[in-house]
Design a protein. Structure first.
Length: 172
C-alpha cells in the first residue's frame, strides 16, 4: 500500500453518482432542462398560437369593419349637422374606387374627408354617389355597404321618411 501522499484524498461515493461527484453537482444537473424539453414547450406554444390565430384575426377584421361603418354613419350625421349649423347645402360624395366619403360646403369654404382603411372597400353604392344635404331637411336616401378582405360585410341604410339610420351586417 502506498502512503496517503501517493494516492491522494480518499474518493467518496454519492447516491447515483460517480466517485468524486458532490451532491451539489447532482442537484445542479437535475434542476436544468434539456433541449428536448425546450423544443416540446416551443411546439406546444406554436400549436396554441396556430389554433388561436384565425379567430383572433377574424375578430380584428370584424372590429375594423364595424368601426369603419360607425365612422361612416357619424360622418353622414356630422355633414347634416354642418348643413344645419351653417344654413347651406352640403354635397356628400361616396367614391367606391378610392374608398372615400367627402362632404363639401355649398360655398366651398370647408371640406371633410373620411378615408376608409385599406383592408376595407365600399361595395355599395357600386358607382360614385353624390347627394345634397339641405339645412333642416331629411337625410338623403342611401345605402352604404362595406366589405372586408375576408368577405364580411357591414353598413347602414338611411330611411329619409323616418330620418333614421338602420345598421346592418352579416349578423343582421
Amino acid at each position: 500500500m502506498g502512503s496517503l501522499a501517493e494516492t491522494g484524498p480518499p474518493k467518496t461515493l454519492s447516491a447515483g453518482g460517480e466517485a468524486g461527484e458532490s451532491m451539489e453537482l447532482l442537484r445542479a444537473r437535475a434542476s436544468g432542462s434539456t433541449l428536448l424539453e425546450a423544443v416540446v414547450a416551443t411546439a406546444i406554444i406554436a400549436l396554441a398560437l396556430a389554433i388561436a390565430y384565425p379567430s383572433v384575426s377574424e375578430g380584428i377584421d370584424a372590429a375594423r369593419l364595424q368601426g369603419a361603418a360607425d365612422q361612416s354613419r357619424l360622418f353622414l350625421l356630422d355633414a347634416q349637422q354642418l348643413a344645419d349649423r351653417h344654413r347651406q347645402a352640403v354635397l356628400l360624395r361616396i367614391d367606391p374606387s378610392s374608398s372615400r366619403i367627402v362632404s363639401i360646403s355649398e360655398d366651398g369654404r370647408w371640406e371633410r374627408v373620411l378615408e376608409l382603411p385599406r383592408a376595407l372597400r365600399v361595395v355599395a353604392p357600386a358607382k360614385v354617389l353624390e347627394a345634397i344635404m339641405y339645412p333642416g331637411g331629411p337625410l338623403p336616401q342611401l345605402h352604404l355597404a362595406l366589405a372586408s378582405s375576408r368577405g364580411a360585410r357591414s353598413g347602414f341604410r338611411v330611411d329619409p321618411f323616418r330620418g333614421t339610420l338602420e345598421e346592418w351586417g352579416d349578423g343582421n
